[in-house]
Design a protein around this ligand. Sequence first.
Ligand code: NAD
Ligand code: ZN
Length: 371
Amino acid sequence: VSEPILVKARAGDYRVHLGPGLLGDLGRILTSEGIRGRLALVSDPDVRAHFGATARGSLTAASFVVHDFDLPPGERAKTMQVAESVCSQLIGNGFTREDCIVALGGGSVGDLAGFVAATYHRGVPLVQVPTTVLAQVDSSIGGKVAVDHPMGKNLIGAFHPPRVVVSDTDTLATLPRRQRWSGLAEVVKVALIADAAFFSSLETELVDFGEGALSAGVVARIVEQAARIKVGVVSEDERESGRRLTLNFGHTIGHAIEATAGYCRLTHGEAVVAGMKGAIAISAQLGALPHEAATRASKLLGRFPLAADVGPLDRASVLATALRDKKADASGLRFIILNAIGQAELTSSLPTRLLEAGIDVALSSLASRPA
Ligand SMILES: NC(=O)c1ccc[n+]([C@@H]2O[C@H](COP(=O)([O-])OP(=O)(O)OC[C@H]3O[C@@H](n4cnc5c(N)ncnc54)[C@H](O)[C@@H]3O)[C@@H](O)[C@H]2O)c1
Ligand SMILES: [Zn+2]
């Protein structure tokens, strides 16, 4: 087991414990990290069925008093109504600022539990115990928490870094194939923006990871490498002024496709894969990314199985959504491009016609690939 990863945050530094088999050690880790008080164990029925007993057993063995809170599975957890209902139960059980919220599940559980932790009693300690690839490499790290509004995703939220993150990579073994591949989009993303050697290793290991054919040790190494890159980026730039923006690579077009398609037809990762293909085409057309690198990057992204049932998407509405999302300011449309595999950069005045061309590449990749 390797050393925990240290995340620097204004509200207090915290550690990411990551590796196989950590769930059985959860109680001991939280004790060693100074977590006190009663625990609100927030999860969903599917995750609880797989890991609730192990997590709970470990916590109670370490003398924690644990109260269970169940959320609807997936994105449906991320509403103000669900947040209010969790708060009502916390109030009903007399939870105070001395107590702690533990999020056991994917990014949806983490975002909702984190939003409650950020706001209940003006903020209570939060522990993230992520159980999806996406949550272990991305959403549990960095302190962003949010709920959705009928007008859009993640519109109501806060920065509320966790006190500690415990990522048991063995939990990924029960993930449905589509969820595993979806989280791998963010793994390829951080390799593309920050680590060429990591990208090379993914060229041999990505498909086996997606298909669930890797050993627990290799899964842990890949997840750890991706998490370390995200930690490095957010530690440098917690509030998204410069470097953190490079984590949005593939997301301008990806988010616009997701919103246009409707959030249930495509997973986030599927939309981001398409968005990265578009962003690579744009990087190449700008002359920033050499042709050979663009081909290599697109080839790895071509290994992702994409959803078959997306149907035709209207290019004009994807463009309009992307432009609205970017709020093109006086300096022009800001967009993350690649200069090389492993190196990203913010451009500040992307011509709209290039964005259109990138959207066309992204949309045709969705249309042309059966699952
Ligand atoms: N806060 C951030 O910085 C950040 C970053 C990226 C994404 N997000 C958010 O994360 C959310 C998506 O999270 P997600 O992709 O983890 O999906 P998810 O949390 O919606 O979970 C998807 C499904 O997987 C199930 N599941 C979770 N872990 C499992 C396991 N180990 N085995 C079997 N089933 C399991 C869940 O029950 C659920 O039905 C989105 O709402 C997105 O906005 C947040
Ligand atoms: Zn993302």
